[in-house]
Design a protein around this ligand. Sequence first.
Ligand SMILES: [Zn+2]
Length: 217
Amino acid sequence: MALLVYSGGLDSTVMLYKYAAESRADAAVGINYGQRHIKELEMARWNCSKLNIPFFDVDLSSISGIFGDSSLMSKSSSMPEGSYNEAGMKATVVPNRNMIMIAVAAARAISLGCDSVAYAAHGGDHAIYPDCRPDFVKALAEVLKICDYSPIRLEAPFLNFSKADIVLEGARLGVDFSKTWSCYKGGDIHCGKCGTCVERRQAFASAGVCDPTEYEI
Ligand SMILES: [Zn+2]
């Protein structure tokens, strides 16, 4: 059984539904690391409640000061707009965030008796986010094998998926995409312009799936 790192974003919500469909979703962990907004975590609670999967809300907001000036952390810093391929998107990197989240999830997995931890890194993340790359997954998987008396398996089921592939998988699984949140800005509705909004819109268009998201533009 698996413990899922679950933010309430599109990718990890599709992963939640995938593991639920396979009867492998033991529980999910959502982490507040002091990010700019926690709208995603509201979606995470909603989806876990719908699927009757226990959701553990972990408040690590007191560590937010260690992350420097990532634009995902500070409401006062400007948010880069455009595609993920642009160098400016590096401003949205939260240093080593996924290792922290996976470490927390592994601890919860061990205490719950789960044998796996899963997170939703995907192919489109590789260019910008080092902690979503195959080499990172491979190396951290080796550590999780020896972090407890019994090995914990690290799974990244979408590592070779594009975001469009994830949208297609979500559509197949019946995900209500309106109950997922991507926008980095955290307004009332998605801005449509920040890197992750652009990627989200392109993914629905490429997949040929109707996008229920309400955008400002
Ligand atoms: Zn946005």
